[in-house]
Design a protein around this ligand. Structure first.
Ligand code: SF4
Length: 296
């Protein structure tokens, strides 16, 4: 399933290497996503000192000290605001934000809404394992209704959110899906997301063999397919929405929708128009002390 790396790429992959020991469970999909993220950065020609990787709390968040690069590990569900803030301060660097389905579709859902509608120029990767893994298997908004979980042995009474229906209702400019066992697919969609003009939403269906017994590696391997190689063109939002939502028999993966015509949030900021410097650079050359002194 994987594209062979040439030796120079392998050396660059090593540039992201961090000696900290991984603590994920055996068979966790986080291993595959971790590999694909590094690979997509290397194949995009981005070195560790040229990227910001933002994480919130969750099993996925423990990636923050398992690879090199500028990294920020923040509060549960709050990854989009601090990643967006960093990107707006320095739009020259690519920014990737990573969140789990628990946080991103509960306390962090407002940030997801405004991240998409603002079209911030950044990539958001959803680690979608259908539960709160770090806190030992509670149901999230994306857990199937009725599915017994540790905190709800009789199954949750609420209906399950259809994440893709929700995301498409916000008029996104980029939506892709992959699953954690297909490194080639994840690498391809992540590279496209990193290169996208605005907010790129990447849903990665992540196997969690410890707590998620309904979306196993075997099930994902059998049902996920590359929609792009089967002729899907990511140009029609309505068709893409229908394709993404219908997971009853097969699960469409790949780049499902992309529109590059809509300017990003930064491009629409009137005070930034024509500026050659970034906010981060301007803070270095402007004496901000005078404003601080005004309030002393
Ligand atoms: Fe991975 Fe699930 Fe274990 Fe967390 S609990 S490390 S998501 S397998």
């Amino acid at each position: 399933m994987s594209i062979p790396l040439d030796s120079s790429s392998a050396k660059k992959m090593h540039a992201y290497h961090c000696a900290n020991q991984c603590t994920w469970c055996d068979g966790c999909g986080d291993y595959g996503i971790w590999t694909a993220v590094k690979r997509s950065l290397v194949e995009s020609g981005i070195a560790p000192h040229q990227v910001l990787l933002c994480y919130d709390v969750g099993c996925h968040g423990n990636t923050s000290d398992k690879l090199l690069g500028y990294r920020f590990h923040g509060l549960h569900g709050r990854v989009i605001p601090f990643a967006a803030g960093a990107k707006l301060a320095n739009p020259k660097i690519p920014v990737l934000a990573f969140g789990g389905d628990g946080a991103s579709f509960s306390e962090g859902v407002g940030h997801l809404v405004h991240g998409i509608r603002s079209n911030y120029p950044m990539t958001f990767v959803l680690y979608n394992n259908g539960n709160y893994g770090l806190t030992t298997g509670q149901a999230s908004s994306l857990t199937q209704q009725g599915q017994p979980m540790n905190s709800s042995p009789n199954g949750i009474p609420e209906h399950t959110l259809n994440a893709m229906d929700f995301v498409f209702s916000l008029e996104p400019t980029f939506v892709a899906r992959a699953w954690s066992g297909d490194i080639a697919m994840m690498t391809r969609v992540l590279k496209a997301a990193i290169a996208h003009r605005g907010f790129a939403f990447v849903d990665i269906l992540q196997a969690c063999p410890t707590y998620n017994y309904f979306a196993t590696h075997e099930m994902l391997l059998e049902r996920c397919y590359d929609a792009n190689t089967e002729g899907h063109k990511p140009v029609d939002a309505a068709k893409a929405r229908h394709l993404a939502m219908d997971t009853s028999k097969r699960i469409a993966c790949g780049i499902l929708y992309q529109c590059e015509d809509i300017p990003s949030f930064y491009e629409r900021l009137e005070p930034r128009r024509g500026r050659r410097t970034t906010v981060a650079e301007e803070v270095e050359i402007v004496d901000t002390g005078k404003w601080e002194r005004m309030f002393q």
